[in-house]
Design a binder for this molecule. Structure first.
Ligand code: ATP
Ligand code: MG
Length: 352
């Protein structure tokens, strides 16, 4: 029987709750599809600070690098917000992404027919919406140097090299080839030099993909267009900060931030995590929606382990559970037959 080694980082806030449900579902489909998953837990974020003094222990990096894939929950919370920046949970996560070289963050935003009323938009505006946001993850303003805050003046630097843009551009075009063959590159080229290089470079990458149609949009317009007419998009490729903001926007097109999964990939071990954060405001109450994390686990089966059938089983179970009216609290207002807890949602999906 095939065996895969999965590194697991539960993290803080709702992280442990949602990861437990993903593992529950993974084990069920593994059993049905004849493979086994062996999990090894590692620390990161606030819990790592409390237990080891640093947000990213070396052991976590080595452990994840040695595994076939990494399942990740979320990190951070108020408790650690007053620490110096280099010791904060978020710095640990940024360093982790950099060390893992996961330059491409794939964030699908697919509207469930079963949840058409959950969007803030009209059903006819979103029905059939299927967007892939390809967000650059280890460059841009989140990493650029110099950066400083001396209490009187503060600054960050948005940097992209041509090579970094080519690398993420290729990912986006490769995805578009398997989809509707349309790439929209989002930047702010009318104001920012770094965006002009981004735009020019995307044009160069496009020459290798003559079948794919490339368009460009300024980020402010893209935010508006995502809400006005999301179906116009197929693949959106953009930088680190714009991708962060646009995928949170896309989550409201889909209905809840608790529904959106992601994969962070590069040349080493890939990381699978929900797009949302640790949601400290709802932690420990059993009301977090585990679907984003469970669907991230399905992406892990699909992209890192090649277990397509098991991945489809999970995605189909989620659709059927939603069709039958099971809702966590974030979706309770939308055609709910029964409002269930985080753990109940995991059980129901595992048993479908
Ligand atoms: P990050 O900076 O890590 O992205 P954030 O500040 O954007 O974090 P989140 O932790 O994503 O914040 O939470 C934003 C809001 O969405 C909160 O009100 C939170 O309760 C809610 N939320 C996030 N995840 C879920 C979930 N799985 N189920 C239900 N609500 C969620
Ligand atoms: Mg966020």
């Amino acid at each position: 029987m095939k065996k895969y080694n999965i590194s697991v980082i539960k993290g803080d806030g709702i992280g442990p709750e949602i990861i437990d449900e993903a593992i529950k579902v993974l084990d069920t489909v593994a059993g049905a599809c004849d493979f086994t998953l062996e999990y090894k837990e590692y620390l990161m974020g606030g819990i790592a600070i409390d237990e080891t003094g640093v947000p990213l222990p070396d052991e976590t990096v080595t452990g994840v690098l040695a595994s076939d894939a990494c399942l990740f929950g979320a990190i951070g919370g108020e408790k650690w917000d007053t620490l110096p920046r280099e010791l904060r949970p978020e710095t640990g996560l940024l360093n982790f992404r950099e060390k893992m070289g996961v330059y491409a963050n794939l964030r699908p935003a697919i509207v469930y027919d079963e949840l058409l009323n959950a969007s803030t938009l009209k059903p006819e505006v979103i029905k059939g919406c299927d967007i892939m946001v390809v967000r650059e993850l280890i460059g841009g303003i989140y990493f650029g140097k110099p950066r400083e805050n001396d209490g009187q003046k503060a600054f960050n630097t948005m940097v992209y090299t041509k090579d970094e843009i080519i690398r993420i551009g290729k990912q986006a075009f490769e995805f578009a080839m398997k989809r509707d063959k349309r790439v929209c590159s989002v930047d702010k080229a009318n104001v920012l030099e770094v965006s002009q290089l981004w735009r020019d470079t995307m044009e160069e990458v496009a020459k290798d993909y003559p079948e794919v149609e490339l368009s460009h949009m300024y980020v402010d317009n893209a935010a508006m267009q995502l809400v006005r007419n999301p179906k116009q998009f197929d693949v959106i490729v953009t930088g680190n900060i714009f991708g962060d903001i646009l995928s949170d926007t896309a989550s409201m097109v889909v209905g809840s931030i608790g529904l959106l999964p992601s994969a962070s990939t590069g040349d080493k071990t890939a990381i699978y995590e929900p797009i949302h954060g640790s949601a400290p405001d709802i932690a420990g109450q059993g009301i977090a929606n585990p679907i984003a994390t469970i669907e991230s686990a399905a992406m892990m089966l699909r992209y890192s382990l090649g277990e397509e059938k098991a991945a489809d089983m999970i995605s189909n179970a989620i659709k059927n559970v939603l069709k039958d009216g099971y809702r966590t609290k974030d979706l309770a207002a939308y055609d709910a037959k029964e409002v269930v807890t985080t753990a109940e949602m995991g059980d129901i999906i595992a048993n479908y």
